[in-house]
Ligand binder design. Sequence first.
Ligand code: GLA
Length: 660
Amino acid sequence: MDIRRLTDRLGGLAFGGDYNPEQWDAEVWKEDDELMHRARVNLATVGVFSWALLEPEEGRYDFDWLDAHLDRLHAAGVAVDLATPTASPPPWFTLAHPDALPVGPDGTRLTHGSRDTYCLTAPAYRRAARRVAAALAERYGDHPALALWHVHNEYVTLCWCDHTAAAFRVWLRARHGTLEALNEAWATAFWSQRYTSWEQILPPRQSQWHRNPGQSLDYSRFWSDETLAAYREQRDAIRAHSDRPVTTNLMLPGYQNLDLWAFGREVDVVCVNHYPDAPGVDAAAHAAFDADRARSIAGGAPWLLMESGTNTVYAGGRVLAKEPGDILRHSLAHVARGSEGTLFFQWRQSRAGAEQWHSSMVPHAGPDSRTFREVTAAGEAVARLGELAGSTVRAEVAVLHDSDAWWAMKVDGLPSPDLEYVPALRRAHRALWDAGLTVDFAHPEHDLGRYRVVLAPALFLLTDAGAENLRRYVADGGTLLVQHFSGVVDERLHARLGGYPAAPLREALGVRVEEHRPLRQGERITLSDGSTATAWSESLRTEGAETLAAYTHGMLDGGPALTRHDFGGGHGWYLSTRLDDSGYAALVGRLLREAGVTPDLPDLPAGVEAVTRHAPDGRSWHLLLNHRSEAVPLPRPSHDLLTDGPLAALPPGGCAVLRT
Ligand code: GLA
């Protein structure tokens, strides 16, 4: 396990962040060494945006400055996560290769002057990326400071240029084989869209009205595969010169158009970035959501939080300050869910430039600041948790995630703007998190046998194999909740005929959906059990299921809204509308009760988060985060690693890591 090599190298969990010393001078570097020591920094990500310095002109490298920083960091006891700089090509590159600048769906070609101004499919860009990755690997492949390779930075840029069109056609030929098959898949018989040669096919550029949905979905799949290919090229160029683990930093959907399951299989260590998007307890829920996804992508193995916002929360276009104690609480929220440490963006707040207002470990005010004091406290805390390295987290409940289903919900022409993918996953996760549970994410075709409860909040697209897998899961004793607008189309976006959802799943749920009835903007309906709902309703009939709540409005009056079916050894639940939060929480609570799922530490009050990490040798630790403003007595006093002593109560807002 490559993450184990990293923690062995570090002698414990990782603590640190992105380090961009090229913004500063020798005096500051000296202070950096001293402050990193104070904050217990043991890992720094270097070189993410250094292309212009590393290769000032095509093919001429200047490594002296980087040699000096790597040697200095090594002398200071800080290991290096060395990045390839390919997320930010320098101006000379784009002037020499204007065809490598990205083009938007409307045909506008972007210019340099920001970052991420590249097209992944441009041959000149790919050549340059391989070249600079190989040059770095040749020079630093066995540098004693080097602990990890960091390819690129958050692969994010999409493109619709002619290079992309050519690459898309190659991908389409491999997927569909013949033009007939493509025409059939994309349903080009409608609107006179039939293709008679491959050259006629374009990426889904801006058009007069709805773009072809099959074309849009295939473009998303293609772009993810293309990104993976670009990653692999750099990874393999590095591996030719270095035996250190290689990774890239993921930003979970919807920022990147990537199939995260596929990336999880290709990186040596799953690394993710997390930027909270709400203050208070919502930030903790968001951290748990991203951390649970990261662990799931890693197949349950330990992973690493590669970047996080040090002391700020991005909410509604505003950069809000974190509450006192959040730096540690947020860090431990990730560690609790399997992260082998915590890293921030960035070490020292930029004095000027594009991210000058992004909070950092050392703020503009310097070390005499609340931020640096809290960073130092977090560093000390993480340093005490070395014995957790290699331990893992177990979950009895899962939420289904499939990139195809996500991309399918982004195509033009769906019946309501209220249909949503990522928010639906977050609501499902939040209901389980509020119930005190640790949650896995799983693909609909994964083996789900280890989960007592599975939620499928947004599976618009579901393959035959997925539908059969879910049927079998219920038959074998599982409890499955499927939510509205699921199992509606297959992998080509062709509607399931004869009633939704896909036939094998219908069998497990004991319902047949006849028609969708989207609600009007702002419309709120009340169901027969008093719960309220918005956005969506469906006309369905039961085929063996029992109706637990019925519609009470309009032409659906009396029709089933929420159903439950005893099928084989398990239970298939179907919710055909979007319940408001309290009704949804009550429903999820009922499923959990009936399936006998309880939190790891059931006696804790609401607002105290508890996750258990298990070592292969049987040791385990409870990580507790108190989101309440009063102290919470613990069921029994235990040894706390953070204070290295017995702990009888969690302080207000406090954290603990208890040996069990
Ligand atoms: C992302 C990037 C970083 C930085 C941070 C903060 O995660 O990877 O380079 O821009 O966001 O904005």
